[in-house]
Design a protein around this ligand. Structure first.
Ligand code: ADP
Ligand code: MG
Length: 286
């Protein structure tokens, strides 16, 4: 694994870059907040509810309405937004502490990542309790950073609102009764299918031109709202400059999309699409 930590991406850059306000009113750097949340005994005892306080204290939501989905890594809650906050509903994706995907089988995604702080690096590599907590915090930070970057680049990713200690507050796609359906559950007319496919491929290209491969793109992680796709679930996205699996992951993403669209009469060769994008990326033509 040490080999995975050689040169490459200055991973802590974005842990450090943006001071943020915490409920206590103190200003802490992101690195401090990672350390802080991993040593706070309350976090271990009662993550449920604590995340609500964090977002209500920040004046963003007035409370949670219900869980939309609870998986093994994260639960997504529909929240009532604070009336001043713009949209009336928001979604909070809250990770279960110490159970994220980041703890198993993640070397495919973390290749090329560099942790400059020696103490934290050793803890993460050694998989100590502390290391696992740091890893969980990094996983959340990563998802938020990917969402912010891609959203501001104009990609159709869910709009991020606030990074919290336990998860992410973002725009909610759907209405009070139900969240937007996943692409896998939607039947599209032929013309609409072509448009959605082209739009998703344009998103894959835009992400790649920003050096990002989603790495878990599939009809499960695309919501359809108001006839447009919204891409979600980005913690595992990889940096195409540094991760040696990026090309393979790009091809896998495109393959998942192509397989879904076959049923809509769109028959494209995922390998050729991926190779062509990758070559344009390598030769700086994206
Ligand atoms: N912003 C959102 N608006 C509406 N529904 C959402 C939103 N984010 C997630 N969901 C719902 O929650 C589910 C799980 O979210 P996801 O980010 O894919 O996490 P997981 O890692 O559990 O797959 C999604 O399939 C979707 O149904
Ligand atoms: Mg998902």
């Amino acid at each position: 694994v040490e080999e995975d930590l050689r040169d490459f991406e200055l991973y802590e850059d974005w842990l450090d870059d943006e001071p943020r306000q915490r409920g206590s009113g103190r200003r802490l750097s992101r690195r401090a907040s990672v350390a802080e949340r991993t040593t706070d005994p309350d976090q271990e005892r009662s993550p449920e509810g604590a995340w609500i306080d964090e977002f209500t204290d920040a004046g963003l939501i007035s409370g949670a309405i219900r869980a939309i989905k609870s998986g093994k890594e994260a639960a997504v809650y529909l929240c009532r937004a604070n009336p001043d906050a713009g949209p009336s509903l928001l979604a909070a994706k809250i990770y279960h502490p110490r159970r994220s995907r980041g703890f198993q089988n993640d070397s495919m995604y973390t290749h090329g990542r560099v942790i400059l702080n020696g103490q934290i690096r050793r803890a993460v590599l050694g998989r100590s309790g502390y290391g696992r907590q740091v890893e969980a915090a990094m996983w959340i930070d990563r998802e938020f950073a990917h969402m912010e970057l891609l959203h501001s680049a104009g990609a159709d990713v869910a709009r991020p609102i606030k990074l919290g200690a336990w998860g992410i507050l973002m725009h909610y796609y759907g209405d009070e009764d139900a969240p937007a359906p996943q692409l896998k559950d939607v039947r599209l007319e032929p013309q609409a299918a072509r448009e959605v496919f082209d739009r998703l491929m344009a998103n894959v290209e835009l992400m790649l031109s920003n050096h990002i491969v989603h790495a878990d793109l599939s009809p499960y992680n695309v919501l359809m709202w108001e006839d447009s796709p919204v891409i979600i679930d980005l913690p595992q996205a990889v940096d195409a400059r540094t991760n040696r699996n990026a090309h393979m992951l790009l091809e896998r993403d495109i393959d998942h999309l192509c397989r879904y669209f076959v049923r809509h009469g769109i028959d494209r060769d995922p390998r050729r699409l991926a190779d062509s994008l990758w070559n344009r990326y390598l030769f700086a033509r994206l």
